[in-house]
Write a protein that binds this ligand. Structure first.
Ligand code: SAH
Ligand code: AVI
Length: 343
């Protein structure tokens, strides 16, 4: 059963806030991270799932990434959102705005602003994120602007706890930032399929995709000149250190990010700069690293219209509207249940 921690939220900044946060990770997170890290660090190509980037510091570092000149994704998606949301929100009859991997409140603010006062008064915002601090801070930020906005925070792993999301009212699901690209082909299709299984005819999915573009632009976005992406990448080791009583030394690793053309994805790795071993007390394990070997920490897939159409169709979703910036660097797509899904 999930913990509902309204009181804790109220104490966070000693400012009373009328929103509830339901936490699905309390009991389930530890067994997940133990299993995931054991599996990942004993595989021939070591890996750690990218969802473990996002403790409070990881969420802040990601926000810093979004402001970097090289990281075009956020500002491009925001420019599209500003164009399309007046039309999208003014006529919307959706009552719940469910944002998956919600992070900061920047993008949902644009939707809520566009909804106008009378629509907003009947809307409930449901941010769903693995990062508790992100959920709480986003809710607080929105309530500072719209004190009467109804907010239900859900701290959960969206790949595992979709049942945590209420479905009784008409829903607009938002999955922005191209976070879908952090799931592999199989995971993303099955994730979209689980969403479509929960959707009713009038529900919609608003989803952002980073599009395939020249390698130099992609690689610059993940190798910024200020080293913020490198800090973000290494933060995963600090998360593992505190969750599993491990003794990773982040300075023993270098940041590596490159475009893998065959899989149409940026891969991020951490590369060992010397030979050493790491103790993971909670796993009762010691793992050896050889100079030059890597831990694969993230994939960020880059899409084409064809790859998106294929994924939507496999997930039994139909594409309703397609929006892009003038350079077609980023796309926002609205999807509905495919009317032919039962045939
Ligand atoms: N939607 C925001 C944030 C994108 S960053 C934007 O468009 O800018 C990805 C977000 O997804 C982070 O806030 C991270 O904490 C969250 N996240 C990553 N994996 C997750 C998972 N498995 N379940 C829930 N949230 C996840
Ligand atoms: C959250 N996600 C879509 C980001 C991305 O671009 O894949 C995470 C990120 N990794 C490095 N920079 C940003």
């Amino acid at each position: 059963m999930a913990r509902s921690n309204q009181a804790a939220v109220k104490n966070l900044k000693s400012k009373p806030r009328s929103f509830e946060v339901v936490n699905y990770l309390d009991k389930k997170y530890q067994p997940d991270i133990v299993k995931d890290v054991r599996e990942g660090l004993t595989a021939p190509q070591k890996f750690i799932p990218c969802k473990y980037f996002y403790d409070a510091r990881g969420s802040k570092l990601f926000e810093d990434i979004c402001r970097l000149p090289e990281y075009y994704l956020t500002r491009t998606e925001i420019s599209i959102l500003k164009d399309i949301t007046p039309g999208l929100m003014e006529t919307s009859t959706h009552k719940d705005l469910v944002e998956l991997g919600s992070g900061a409140d920047w993008k949902i603010r644009i939707l809520l602003e566009a909804a106008g006062e009378s629509n907003r008064s009947t809307l409930r915002y449901i941010p769903v994120d693995i990062s508790e601090s992100a959920v709480i801070e986003a809710a607080q930020g929105l309530l500072e602007i719209w004190p009467r906005l109804e907010v239900l925070g859900v701290v959960a792993d969206f790949t595992r706890h979709l049942e945590a999301i209420p479905t009784e009212r008409p829903v607009m699901y938002c999955f922005l930032g191209s976070t879908i690209g952090n799931l592999d082909e199989h995971e993303s299709t099955s994730f979209l399929r689980s969403i479509s299984d929960n959707m009713k005819l009038d529900d919609r999915l608003l989803i952002g995709f980073d599009m395939l573009k020249p390698r130099e632009i992609l690689e610059a976005a993940y190798n910024d000149s200020q080293g913020v992406t490198s800090e973000f990448n290494k933060n995963i080791l600090s998360v593992i250190n505190s969750a599993l009583s491990a003794d990773f030394n982040p300075s023993h690793f270098g940041h590596l990010a490159f475009f893998n053309e065959e899989h149409s994805r940026i891969e991020m790795h951490l590369r060992a700069s010397c030979d050493f071993s790491v103790k993971l007390e909670s796993l009762g394990m010691e793992i050896d690293f050889k100079k030059g070997e890597t831990i694969h920490t993230e994939n960020s897939r880059k899409f084409t219209r064809a790859s998106i159409e294929e994924m939507a169709s496999q997930a039994r979703l139909s594409i309703e509207n397609w929006y892009s910036d003038p350079d077609a660097w980023f796309s926002i797509v609205t999807m509905a249940l495919d009317p032919r899904r039962n045939s």
